[in-house]
Structures are given as C-alpha cells and as structure tokens.
Write a protein that binds this ligand. Structure first.
Ligand SMILES: [Zn+2]
Length: 323
C-alpha cells in the first residue's frame, strides 16, 4: 500500500466511524432528565442489629419564621454558613431496626397529612426489602403528625400486625378532646392528626403506652426527653457494645441548632425544657461518641457529634455498602 492509499483508507475508516456514531451521539443528547433520586433507604449494621433509614420525603421549612430564641438575621447567617437558604428542604426520616427477633420501626412519617412531598414511607420500606405486614412494633417519639400520620392509610391501620407504643404523657395530651378544645384554634389540626393516626390502633387494642424510661425490646429502650411535646422520648438502641440514640424531634435545623443548641422552635410545647433536653443529649453524644439519628437531619440523618466551642459539629455517617 502506498502512503496515499493508507491515507485514503484511514479517511474512509474515520468517515464510517462518524457515520455509525452520529445517531448514537444524537440519541444521548436527546435523553430526557430522569428527575428522580435513589430509592429512599440507607442501611448499616449496629452490632448484630440491622438499621435502615427510610425516607418519608422532604418538606420546605421557613426556618427564619419558625425558630425562636434567636433572630431571622442570625438564622440566615447560620444557613449561609452551611450553603443553605430559607426555606430549607427538610428531610422526614423514619428508622427500622431488625434485631434478628423483631422488626421495630421508629415513628411512621406523615401519611397524607403533610402534602404530596412526603408520605412515601411505605414505598421506601418496600424498596428496602420489607413489607408493612412484617413490622412487629412501632415506637413513637411523639405524636406530631409528621411522626404518626403514616400509621394510617385511608383512615385504616397501615401496619396490620404492629403494636404501637408511645409515652403516656403524649397520649394524655394529644388524644384528649378537652385539651384540644382548650388549646388555641391553630393548634387543633395537631390534635386531630394525632387522634386520626392513633385512635384506630387504640380501638383495635394495639396501642400500648409506656411511662418514662422503659425497656421496650431487648436492646431498645425509651428515655424521656420531655419538652418538645409532653411525652417526647428518645430511643436508645444497643447491640454488642455499639449504641445509637434515635432523637426524634430533639432538634429540627442542623445548620442553626448544632452551633447554637439554645435555639428553639415554635412547635415546642415547652421550649425551655426542650432546650435543656437538647443540650443534655448533644453533650452526651459528643462525650460517649455514640451514633445518633434524627427525624429532620438530612437523610439518612445518621452520624456523630463533635464538641466545637459552645456548639457542636455534625459528622454524617461514612457511607457503607454493607460488604
Ligand atoms: Zn417532626
């Protein structure tokens, strides 16, 4: 082959390649955006227990309006430090613990009570490999509707084989019609939501309240953290020397409340008591170096706390693929 022939055949090969590639390149450019994220679950081991974070969805919270014992400029500057703006897209997390003997869920998400961006708990549960019928027990941190709304679907029990447990103080407050009637009008939906979610279980004999510190299952205990609501509880999960504390609504806005745990929120029934509980749990987590998980931390909402001056740094869990 002469040099000219080689050049010609190289040119021919290139033209053929481009001819083949052109439709492929065009097809790539025309692919529609997927516009969905990963399935809403994340899994890790805690000793011999399997812990699964389940995403119920996210809600936009106008935190500068909602946070108290602070000012909107302070809130906005704390948000900016964390590369955030108001309103903050806020996760609603639920946790599932498989102890090997029992399948326990902590809280139940929002159901249909909080709009279309949440209420995806059952879809996340199924994506994670479990079915609603398999849940043995559901432990409720407190009876706000973003934590109990998902207990029901169309007004009926959504977890047919589950016993529901929550602190008696929350039951006495949120499930009491006289308390609802004496409360401010704008607080009524909170009571109505709690009753709609809890009453079907109570009527079926499937609601078993506990009172204060209680071991609910081997390795899982309720510990009172009263303040956000009258019976707000955290759940301590322990297996083989590893410890995870499920905080519920001990806090709401990571970017603001980790640097300044004294910041409170309008949803608190007793803000002062809530701040005291938050301070104590933050200090304990940093000192003991245990895992923490919280409903409104960015999904999966599992990590550790490190003391930093008067506040704390949040250290999210290092990703694990459960190899
Ligand atoms: Zn909440």
């Amino acid at each position: 082959m002469t040099i000219k022939q080689i050049q010609r055949s190289a040119w021919l090969a290139l033209t053929i390649c481009i001819g083949f590639l052109a439709p492929v390149l065009t097809a790539h450019a025309a692919a529609p955006l997927a516009k969905t994220s990963a399935p809403g679950y994340y899994r890790m081991m805690l000793g011999t227990f399997e812990v699964t974070a389940l995403l119920d969805g996210t809600i936009d919270l106008k935190v500068a309006d909602l946070l108290t014992n602070t000012t909107p400029p302070k809130v906005n500057s704390a948000l900016a430090r964390s590369f955030l703006k108001d309103p903050v897209e806020t996760s609603v997390n639920v946790y599932l613990i498989n102890t090997g003997e029992k399948l326990v869920m902590i809280d139940a998400g929002s159901g249909t009570f909080f709009g279309p961006t949440v209420g995806k708990l059952v879809a996340s549960l199924k994506a994670s490999g479990y079915q609603p019928e398999q849940i043995d027990e559901i432990y409720i941190t407190h009876m706000h509707v973003d934590h109990v709304g998902g207990l029901v679907s169309d007004g009926k029990i959504a977890f047919p084989n589950a016993i529901v447990r929550a602190d008696q103080h929350d039951a006495d407050f949120w499930l009491n019609k006289a308390t609802m009637e004496s409360a401010p009008k704008d607080a009524r939906p909170f009571f109505e939501g709690a009753m709609a979610a809890m009453n079907p279980y109570a009527a079926a004999g499937k609601f078993k309240p506990f009172n204060g510190k209680t071991e609910l299952a081997p390795g899982i205990s309720a510990v009172p953290a009263y303040g956000h609501t009258p019976g707000h509880s955290v759940f301590v999960v322990e297996s083989q020397g590893e410890r995870l504390v499920m905080w519920g609504d001990l806090m709401h806005v990571a970017a603001v409340q980790f640097p300044d745990p004294s910041v409170t929120i309008r949803f608190d029934i007793d803000s002062k008591a809530a701040a005291v509980q938050r301070g104590a749990q933050f200090a304990d987590a940093a000192k003991r170096r245990h895992w923490v998980a919280a409903t409104h931390l960015p999904f999966p909402g599992i990590g550790h706390l490190r003391a930093d001056g008067k506040g704390y740094d949040w250290v999210p869990a290092n990703y694990t693929s459960l190899r």
